[in-house]
Design a protein around this ligand. Structure first.
Ligand SMILES: Cc1cc2nc3c(=O)[nH]c(=O)nc-3n(C[C@H](O)[C@H](O)[C@H](O)COP(=O)(O)OP(=O)(O)OC[C@H]3O[C@@H](n4cnc5c(N)ncnc54)[C@H](O)[C@@H]3O)c2cc1C
Length: 431
């Protein structure tokens, strides 16, 4: 029976590829007729590149855009990525649509094609599987993955609560043809397409319906106190500072990943990266569960680990959004001072480089729970690297550091203690 993935955004594509890599039958559907061709996000973080490296994909992505060793935490407060503990101490500038195209290519190489124009409308689950209504048809799946974005039908129909805070401020994004120098304000970014800029503006009150270019002109005029010529719009959209997180990422045979599991203000620009890390954490665990070789409780560790990370992401993005308020500039200045004193702490927090999962086996080695460093190692007389060994998506047991067990997603779960090796293998790889 197939695993059905609803949604072919970053989360759905990566989790589907991970399942296919493990030899699990997977079907990916997306309600949209085709991929959204415009970039919503623009950056991949150091941790995303490290995870892509573990599947031999980082070079394809790095060939696509410039890398920059810094990012922005708050208006007027940058982050230095160059000293982070990572193989990729920078952010990659790459449009989200291009990220998705490359992921879809990887998925196709693994033999899976996205079925565009197929909407998941409803479902019901029982002990053995899930009956899913896709368009007008009924399909049977072993698991249903809700990778269907922030308004997730899968989350709603599964009855999974989505507690959090309602929006208190609103903004709009306008990707338009305009002269960057004429705008010259902190809220403007240059788009990868020459002659176009991204303008981000606060809205005085909530509005619904499509954003009109005339309204953008009006708000821009109010902000700058002068007229700026705006040409053809590419994409006009709204956002808010609402922040919510699914109370459970796993309910029976329904699993959530990416924006369906968490939404937050766009301040940190981390959504694609968190979706990708959710999917890398989930894929191998679900593959083992579907194949009947998973140790007890393995799938639940996906919720435990990623819900904790998601809560931290939501909290950080809310803090960034709140600190952007005009009247909080003294607090912002203080945070900037503390941030500078804290070395790489904030940079490693927002990029996910500091992610550590509970190894569930006692031990105090500093690598436990962390992403294994990409060491050069020798296996059967052949020189290779940790990343290369992880490429097939299977666990790796090495001699380094007196012995090290690495999960398929690259995280270290056992180091050097002969007393606990059997328990670690049982916990993470099965009997
Ligand atoms: C303006 C803006 C800027 C951003 N900038 C950044 C950035 O710089 N860096 C970053 O990392 N993130 C950024 N993000 C966040 C990022 O876009 C999202 O977090 C990311 O797309 C989430 O991926 P996902 O796979 O969970 O969901 P999505 O990308 O939303 O994909 C969900 C998919 O599910 C499909 N779908 C929906 N309902 C159904 C259904 N019922 N049946 C089948 N399919 C369905 C949709 O068509 C869609 O293709 C930005 C977001 C916005 C809005």
């Amino acid at each position: 029976m197939t695993v059905l993935v609803a949604g072919a955004g970053p989360a759905g594509l990566v989790v589907a590829a991970e399942l296919a890599l493990a030899g699990v039958e997977v079907t990916v559907v997306d309600a949209a007729p085709r991929r959204f061709a415009h970039p919503r996000g623009f950056t991949l973080s150091a941790r995303s590149l490290e995870l892509l490296d573990r599947r031999g994909l980082a070079e394809r992505f790095l060939a696509e855009g410039p890398v920059v060793p810094y990012g922005m935490f708050l208006p007027g407060m940058g982050l230095d990525f160059s000293a982070m503990d990572t193989d990729h101490p920078y952010a990659l500038g790459i449009g989200q649509n291009r990220v998705e195209e490359l992921l879809e290519e990887w998925l196709a190489e693994l033999g899976v094609r996205v079925r565009w124009g197929h909407e998941v409308v409803d479902f019901s689950q029982d002990a053995d599987g899930v009956d899913v209504v896709v368009g007008e048809e009924r399909w049977r799946a072993s698991y249903l993955l809700g990778c269907d974005g922030s308004r997730s039908i899968v989350r709603k129909r599964a009855g999974i609560g989505f507690p959090g805070v309602d929006a208190t401020s609103y903004g709009l994004i306008a990707d338009v043809e305009a002269d960057f120098d004429a705008l010259a304000t902190g809220e403007v970014l240059v788009l990868p397409r020459p002659g176009y800029v991204r303008i981000v503006l606060d809205e005085p009150e909530p509005r619904t319906g499509p954003v009109e270019l005339g309204y953008v002109r009006e708000l821009l005029h109010a902000r700058l106190g002068r007229e700026v010529p705006l040409g053809r719009p590419l994409w006009l959209s709204r956002f808010s500072d609402a922040a919510r997180q699914a109370e459970s990422y796993v309910r029976g045979r329904v699993v959530l990943a990416g924006d369906s599991a968490h939404v937050h203000p766009p301040a940190g620009a981390v959504g694609v990266n968190v979706a990708l890390a959710d999917a890398m954490n989930l894929g191998w665990k679900l593959a083992a569960t579907v194949s009947g070789r998973a140790p007890d409780g393995l799938l639940q560790t996906y919720h435990d680990e990623r819900h904790a990370v998601g809560a931290r992401v939501v909290r950080t993005a809310r803090a960034q959004s709140l600190l952007g308020r005009e009247d909080l500039s003294p607090v912002r200045e203080l945070v900037a001072e503390l941030g500078a004193a804290a070395g790489t702490h904030l940079a490693e927090l927002v990029t996910g480089v500091d992610t550590r999962y509970d190894p569930r086996i006692p031990g105090d080695h500093p690598l436990l729970g962390r992403l294994a460093p990409n060491l050069a190692v020798e296996v059967d007389g052949r020189s290779t690297t940790v990343a290369e060994l992880l490429r097939p998506g299977r666990p790796v047991l090495l001699d380094e550091f007196g012995g090290m067990l690495i999960r398929p997603d690259g995280h270290v779960v056992w180091v050097a203690d002969p007393e606990t090796l059997t328990a670690a293998l049982r916990t993470w790889t099965g009997p």
